[in-house]
Each structure stands twice: as structure tokens, then as C-alpha cells.
Ligand binder design. Sequence first.
Ligand code: FO1
Ligand code: 5AD
Ligand code: SF4
Length: 345
Amino acid sequence: MPPEINPSLGQRSKIIHGEEGIITFSRNVFLPLTFVCQNHCGYCTFRQPPGTGCMTEPHQVQEILSKGQIFGCTEALFTFGERPELVAGFQPYLKSLGYSTILEYCEEMSKRALKAGILPHTNAGVLTSEEMERLKPLNASMGLMLETTADIPAHRGSPGKAPEVRIEMIEEAGRQKIPFTTGLLIGIGETREDRKESLQVISDLHRRHDHIQEIIIQNFCPKPGTDMAAYPGATTEIMKDTISLADEILPEDISIQIPPNLADSRTLLRFGVTDLGGVSPVTPDYVNPEHPWPGIEELKGLTRGYSLRERLCIYPKYIRKGWYPPGLKDYIMRLENRITERGMQ
Ligand SMILES: O=c1nc2n(C[C@H](O)[C@H](O)[C@H](O)CO)c3cc(O)ccc3cc-2c(=O)[nH]1
Ligand SMILES: C[C@H]1O[C@@H](n2cnc3c(N)ncnc32)[C@H](O)[C@@H]1O
Ligand code: SF4
């Protein structure tokens, strides 16, 4: 274990991966199905109104999946606008592709991902329990950022960002035994006390259901042209402090993820980070397109002194617990073998 590592990173990594000093990442394809969204978050440039190019069409999805297959990707991250059907003018775009709901579209594209040997992980914003039940047989894991438990101006136009709504979905994922990713967005107007509260809420959800596999500590990146263009964004100091709080507050079987394209990962690693999330060799980070993802060689450089290891979107603990749909078992086992073999090369 490199000397600069916080001793508790040793411990967290040991509990999650069986060894000290392991930093993981997932080889994924970032796949936005639509940019249309019911919410108006003050920090977001991903969202687009209904219009030409507001959907990723099936042939485009197929092309991305085929490329992902060539690059050896194991995860299709379906991340898109929340409840687009509630936005006036969206339906014709969905109908023109032959689908009646965005969920149906997501199901069909998840099937295509599996055909390409890639595991779906959906983060579609807030879903109902029925919607989660429908996606569950096709998804190895799911996600929803809590963002913050605080009531902040950035979320004034976003009913789906009400903390109680997000907490209820995360709770329901626990009842359904879905391995789950959540996280905080840092620097959007919340205080340090709010961050502590958010971490405490996630810990409590996990203590009730044992389903939180990782938490993303994501630094807000201000975008020109938005209401929050003049906000400072989250500094490395604030990120350090939040990661330390996360390490203190969160149960030790939850992995702590930071995005390697947004944060000063090299500096932050030693404060308790155990994961660098998904890196997509095929598509850009559509949420932060000005920040390209590092390649695998760059990740190796960033994690010098640690052991970089590939993981699937479902963590080993949940594979051991059998928390996956029966139909996904063969896909998961095959990919586990593949990443283990790659790791030994
Ligand atoms: O690279 C990113 N990955 C994001 N991920 C994905 C993550 O990096 C991996 O896909 C997961 O670790 C699953 O392997 C999210 C996943 C969620 O479920 C919820 C939110 C996010 C947000 C991001 C993000 O902004 N950028
Ligand atoms: C997919 C996730 O991306 C995050 N997200 C949205 N906008 C930004 C931004 N400007 N900077 C950093 N992260 C952002 C939110 O946390 C969302 O849930
Ligand atoms: S961050 Fe997500 S929910 Fe908020 S406006 Fe952007 S796409 Fe919609």
C-alpha cells in the first residue's frame, strides 16, 4: 500500500475488493436516449427542448453499442432526461421511432445492449416502482443521484429533484433488491451541514436495505450560458473535505467514486476514494462535454502506487448475494471472467 494512502482507504478497499489500495473503474458506453427532460436544473446544459436531434435513434444506439463491443465495454450507461413525456411536443419524436413510452424504448435498447454482450445500467432520473420492476430484468444495476437533501434555488424548476422524491425512489430500489448507485453533486448552493445530512440519509437507506454499492461525489462544473455560470464550482479543498466526510459517515462496504474527467483525482485519491466510475471510450460525457474522459493508460498514470482494477456495473458483493435477474447470470459470469483475464495480462 503506498505510504500516502489514508489508512481507512485500505480498509474500505479491503472490504469491497478483498485487498488494500485497489481503485476500480468501469469500461462503459455513455448512452443518452433523449435530451428532453421535465426538470430545469440551474446547472445543466444536457437538457434540450423537443426538436431535431432530441433523441438518440435506434440505429445510433446500435452503432454506439457495436463500437462499445469492439472496445470491450461491459456497461451501457443509459442516462437521459427525466419524464420527457411530460414535456409538450415530445411525443411525436418518440412515436416516430415506433415507441409509446420512453421506458419501452429503454427496455428495447437494454435488450440490444445485452445482445452486444454489454450490461445495462439505467439512470433515467426518477422512476415509479412499476417502472423499476419493468426495467429490473434487463438491468444489472441502476442509479439516481440524490444530489443534495437541501432545498436550493438550482432545483426550483425541478420537481424530480425534491429530496423526498429521490429518497423514496432509492428506498424502493432497496425494497426491490436492485444494486444501486447514488451520489452528491457538490457546489450547487448546499452547505457543509447539508452534505453531512445527505451522506447520513444515504447511510440510513443502506442500513435498511443493504443495496447502495457506490456513491459518486461529483463536483459541479459551471457552464457558460446557464443561471449558475458565475458560481465558483466545487474546489479541490471542498472535494477533499466531502470525501473525508463520506469516508467517516458511510458504511465501509459502499465504494466512494469520483469522476476522473472532472475532479483532481490524483490529489483526491488518498482521502478515501475507491473508484473512478465509468469511462467511455466511444461517446463523450454528454453532461460535461468540455471534459473528455481519460483513456486507460491515463487512468494507470493517475493511480500510480495503487492497483487499478476493472469492475462491472454490478459490484462483486451483489454478484455473491445473487442480486441480479436470472436472465443476466450468464452475461455477468462471462464478463467477470473477461475482466479477470484482462487484469492478469
Ligand atoms: O461519467 C459519469 N458517470 C456517471 N455515472 C456513471 C458511473 O460512472 C458508472 O456508470 C457507475 O459507476 C456504474 O458502473 C452515473 C451513474 C449514475 O447511476 C448516476 C449518475 C451518474 C453520473 C455520472 C456522470 O455524471 N458522469
Ligand atoms: C448525471 C449527473 O450529472 C450531474 N450534473 C449535471 N450537471 C452538471 C454540471 N454542470 N457539473 C457536474 N455535474 C453535473 C448531476 O449530478 C446528474 O445527476
Ligand atoms: S440534470 Fe438531469 S434532471 Fe436536471 S435538467 Fe439536466 S437532465 Fe434534467
